[in-house]
Design a protein around this ligand. Sequence first.
Ligand code: GDP
Ligand code: IMO
Ligand code: MG
Length: 422
Amino acid sequence: MKVDILLGLQWGDEGKGKVVDVLTPRYDVVARFQGGPNAGHTLEFEGQKYVLRSIPSGIFQGDKVNIIGNGVVLDPALFKAEAEALEASGHNLKERLHISKKAHLILPTHRILDAAYEAAKGDAKVGTTGKGIGPTYTDKISRNGVRVGDILHDFDKKYAAAKARHEQILKSLNYEYDLTELEKAWFEGIEYLKQFKFVDSEHEINSLLAEGKTVLCEGAQGTMLDIDFGSYPFVTSSNTICAGACTGLGVAPNKIGEVYGIFKAYCTRVGAGPFPTELFDKTGDQICTLGHEFGSVTGRKRRCGWIDLVALKYAIMVDGVTKLIMMKSDVLDSFETIKACVAYKVNGEEIDYFPFDIEGVEPVYVELPGWQTDMTKMQSEDEFPEEFNAYLAFLEEQLGVPVKIVSVGPDRGQTIERYTEE
Ligand code: GDP
Ligand code: IMO
Ligand code: MG
C-alpha cells in the first residue's frame, strides 16, 4: 500500500483538520509529519468544537491508530493539556496514539528563545505563534536537540545541557525571563508523556503498509509557509510540502499515493510577510467576519484576500497534488462578484509564475459572477448553482487538477464529494 497525504496549499488554516476527520473512516492510520503546537486544527461535529494542536485529526473517528511522526516537534506541557481535555470529553487516547521516539522536544527555553528572537527583530519580526518552533528545529538541524526517546535514557543530563546552552544565548541577548512556571508544567508533561507508546514511526508505518493497511498523512501549516518554498523568511521552520511526509515519517517517495491539496475559496494569512492579494477594504473585513477568520491558537485576526492562483499553481507543482479540496466556499455565498488573481505585475511587467520574492508584486485579477445562494445546507453537487459550477470549472482549468471535495460549512456533515469523471 501507499500513503495518501493531505496538506495546505496556502498560508495555513485551510481547514485541514476538518477534512482529515471526514476522510479518516477510509483509513486505518492517521499520522502527523511536521510542525507542532503552532498548528490549530478545528473540527466540528455533533454540536461540539475541538481544536487540535499536536494530536492528529483522526483521533475522533472510531479506534484508528494515530501517529505523531519524527518530523513533529512536541511540547509535553501543551500536549498534556490537549490530551487531558480530549480524555475528559470521553476520548480515550492512550492505546492508539503513538509517538515517535525521534520527534524533538520543545523545551521551556525554546519558547523563551522564540520570544527573544522575535523581540530582537523589531519591525522585521515574523509574527510567530510563540510556541518555540523555530528554536527547536534550529537545535534539531544543528544536532543539539533533545528527542522523545531521550526521556528514557540520561534525560536529566541532556535537558540540563540544552538549557545551559539556551541560557547563555538569552544572556547575550539581555533577555529577561522566568522559567519557574514553564518548567513545572513541562516536567509534569514529561511524566504524563511516559504513559504513551513511544515508537519508531518509520518501522511502524512501513510495516502497516506492508500488511495492506491504509495511512493518511496530515500536514500542518501550508505550502506558502514552507521553510524552502514559502515566503521566506516569513515562514515556519519545517518542510510543510509533500516531501515533508517522507522525511517526517520515514516513508519513501515511491510509497506516496494520492496528494490532497486543500485551499480556501479565498485566501488568509496570519503573522507578518507578503500577501499579494490581501484586501484592506470593506470586502476584506466582510470575508474576515463571515469566515470567522481569527487564529485558533493565538486568536489573532487573520489577514484576508482573494484567491491567488499563481501561488496555488506553484504549491500544486511542488506538492505533486493529485486532488483538490476547496474549503469555506460558503463564506463567499453573498458576494455579487468574486475575484481571482491569475498573474502578478512586477515592475510593470506581467508574470504568471511564482517569483523568488513576492514582496511588492501587484495582483492581476479576473472577476467572476458570484452565486449569491446559501450553500450551507446543500448535500450534493447536483444542488450547486450554475455560477458556482462555473467558478469550479474556471479553477480546474487554471490549476489543471480536479476539485474533488467542496466544503460548505465548518461541520463534518457540510462536506460534498464530487463524482465528476476524471
Ligand atoms: P486548519 O489549521 O487547516 O485545520 O484550519 P483551522 O481549523 O485553523 O481553520 C479553519 C476554520 O474554518 C475553522 O474554524 C473551521 O471550523 C472552519 N471551517 C472549515 N471548513 C469550513 C467551511 O467550509 N466553511 C466555514 N464557514 N468554515 C469552515
Ligand atoms: P495550521 O496547521 C497559520 C505562521 C505564524 C507565523 C509563521 C511562523 O493551523 O494551518 P511559527 O510559530 O511556526 O514559527 O510561526 O507561521 N503559522 C501559521 N499560520 N496556520 C498555522 O498552522 C500556522 N503555523 C504557523 O503565524 O507567521
Ligand atoms: Mg489552523
